[in-house]
Design a protein around this ligand. Sequence first.
Ligand SMILES: [Zn+2]
Length: 132
Amino acid sequence: MFTWPSDHPRLIGSRCKNCGNHMFPVQSGCPRCTGTDTEAVELESRGTLWTWTVQGFPPKSPPYAGNDDPKTFEAFGVGYVELPGQVKVESRLTEADPAKLKIGMEMELVIVPLTTDDNGDEIVTFAFAPVA
Ligand SMILES: [Zn+2]
């Protein structure tokens, strides 16, 4: 879903060769023109915050793979980040303080630790962080 490991991680989406529509995650068919000729592309790593909310309780697991213990769960932001000329990406945000999130602010892709699996290996996920 993203290039990793990498110093400059990028989300991998797809682009419709017929109409130029971008999709994330990768899709084999284009919802705009119903074309099936798509290619994988690396998406922009910066975009603007389109809308957001704060997830204050553990999401349903599965598919949620992070900490779902209500006692130790930490709230996190979720939102849509609009990548210029491409697509709106639903993503976890690194910031959960409503005072620090503003629609239209510039956001940058980061890779953050999510949890560790049963083997003790770290699971990472992508998130967007406000550009300082
Ligand atoms: Zn298309």
